[in-house]
Design a protein around this ligand. Sequence first.
Ligand code: F6R
Length: 246
Amino acid sequence: MQLIIAKDSQQFGEIGANVVCQVVKNKPNAVLGFATGSTPIAIYEKLVEKYQKGEISFKNAFCCNIDEYVGLDKNHPQSYAYFMRKHLFDHVDVNFDNVEIPSGIAKNLLEECKRYKEFLAYHPRDLQIVGLGQNGHIGFNEPYTPLGSKTHVVCLSKSTIEANSRFFTSVNHVPTKAITMGITELMTAKRLLVLACGRHKAEVVKDMILGACHPHLPCSVVQLHPDATILLDSQSASLLPDYLKE
Ligand code: F6R
């Protein structure tokens, strides 16, 4: 596990974007797994800059996302499909035929999970970006999700709904369910880029890195990944012992 602590948001974005560039440079048709939420936005901004400077092209890459809210159409401003277009896909040369995001409005959600599972099985991720929930979730794999899980429908925990209510007009508008890649599918990515920012993530970051690997804290599985980079800011790293920060 490689630990990187960025000194500010600029550097956070730069380091994260460089990881993506490195993967795509080595393999232009790489399969990239993206995450949404506040944390990766700095990285996506840098990727757009790098694309504009000719430092990266997504035209042969396959792009997929960890999760999507159930009940939100891909054009809903809070859907994760919309988020990816707004922050990245609409500003780079991504081939939309090569973009896969679970549909939150599929009539048969179990069939949609099956379809996504099959897609992932045939498209092992070369890089998976993972955000960290304050309750230890990765993707929307909430505490006590079996570590062997694959794509499934999840009932979001109260704490996740509350945390995400900042993006909605009220907590009552936050979807209560989502489709998420499972923990196994996250872990089978060749490389993981795990992100956290902010003092409110410091406790969970410490437990993720130093705690017992257990389903009560899904993010703890990243300890077992052979090629995981943990990218933090100084606030989220503030409870880590000094020997890890050297
Ligand atoms: C989003 C996702 C979530 C977020 C996590 C952190 O696709 O899968 O696990 O990554 O909730 O969100 P932020 O970055 O908003 O703190």
